[in-house]
Design a protein around this ligand. Structure first.
Ligand code: EPS
Length: 355
């Protein structure tokens, strides 16, 4: 059974939901570990006051018994605590009573860089909020929870995935400067996966190439504008003799320009994926836009926002990479139970004598 992930949830709606199908039975999930990842996602430097409202916690509604997966769909929920301020504005049903709280007035001032303009044009909305709520990065919370389950599965075969920001100190200084100037910043994050055996993914079909899947998964995260694997864009300027990782007799490499991926397959070296995040588009000093209600020139919407969410992206990208690796690992090793999955992995690494 293929591992699948579906999610739903608006930023200020009642909750974020993920349904994970295809996880083998018997996988031990650690509530504290999932909550720790949710917390890491919230704690990054430069986040908005919204993070003081939200204290994300995982709820599991199905697929788990006494901490172990049942092999049935796993239903994960993260409640939006801020929803209490939006019960009229984001009510799934026609709200009763007088408008109160947030989200009661239509937003008509699209922000350059956000989903606002193309979203309302595409879907025919007359309130930008109908587009921005789902486009918001808020729902990455539940993807982090799904990523924690993926990391648990990968852990059974010795794979570890970790995300971090690149140049954290410089980033923090830039955030301080930008906050003073009421601006926003982006940055670069890196995810590394250790212990991945050679042969996850395949060159056989384009959509099953592990590099393509990782790139799509990371590019699919809000505000990501670039993804590279290994030396990525720098490889274009190198000679072949300097770009490729020579193979030793033990089949390992001394260099890792390829970032652990060759021809869409893992090659046994560390997988290295980097993502470039653009500066967040909600600015306290707004950019020029148009008022969609009048057609007149106007300033874009100003609302509470983060100065940066790069540290959060490191956690979200870690979850996305973990998820794709879990999908590819489960495709390769299969198994309805974790025991079968681990046994197939063990037989494989023994066959190829991989240490
Ligand atoms: C976001 C805007 C901010 C962020 C939000 C993503 O939310 P709000 O408008 O409620 O202040 O804080 O991210 C989260 C809430 C989160 O948990 O990551 C956006 O427009 O994308």
């Amino acid at each position: 059974m293929t591992l699948r992930l579906a999610s739903a949830g608006e930023s200020h709606g009642p909750a974020l939901v993920a349904i994970v199908t295809g996880l083998p039975a018997g996988l031990l999930l650690d509530r504290d570990a999932i909550n720790a990842d949710l917390r890491r996602r919230q704690e990054g430097y430069g986040r908005s006051p919204r993070q003081q409202i939200e204290t994300d916690e995982i709820e599991v509604l199905a697929g788990l018994r006494h901490g172990r997966t049942l092999g049935t769909p796993l239903a994960l929920v993260v409640r939006n605590r801020d929803h209490k301020n939006w019960t009229w504005g984001m009510n799934p049903w026609p709200p009763e009573g007088e408008p109160e709280g947030k989200g009661t007035k239509a937003v008509t001032l699209p922000r350059p860089g956000h989903a606002d303009l193309a979203g309302v044009l595409k879907y025919g909305h007359d309130d930008v909020r109908n587009a921005l709520e789902r486009a918001s990065a808020r729902h990455t919370a539940v993807h982090v929870a799904a990523g924690a389950a993926a990391k648990a599965l990968l852990g059974t075969i010795g794979i570890e995935v970790a995300g971090s920001t690149v140049e954290e100190e410089r980033l923090r200084a830039e955030i301080d400067e930008a906050r003073k100037e009421r601006d926003t910043v982006g940055g670069v994050v890196e995810v590394r996966a250790r212990g991945v055996p050679p042969g996850l993914g395949t060159y056989a079909t384009k959509e099953d190439r592990l590099d393509a899947r990782l790139a799509a998964a990371v590019m699919g995260i809000q505000a990501v504008k670039g993804v590279e694997i290994g030396d990525g864009f720098d490889l274009a300027a190198k000679r072949g003799s300097a770009a490729h990782d020579e193979i030793r007799t033990d089949r390992r490499r001394d260099t890792n320009h390829a970032g652990g991926l060759e021809a869409g397959m893992s090659n046994g070296e560390e997988i290295v994926v980097r993502a470039a995040m653009k500066p967040l588009p909600t600015l306290m000093k707004p950019l020029s836009s148009v008022d969609l209600a009048t057609g007149e020139a106007a300033q874009a919407l100003v609302e509470r926002s983060d100065v940066a969410a790069v540290e959060a992206l490191a956690v979200v990208a870690e979850a996305a990479v973990a998820w794709e690796l879990a999908v590819s690992a489960h495709e390769k090793f299969g198994g309805d139970s974790v025991e079968d999955f681990v046994a197939a992995w063990r037989a494989y690494v023994e066959r190829i004598q991989w240490r």
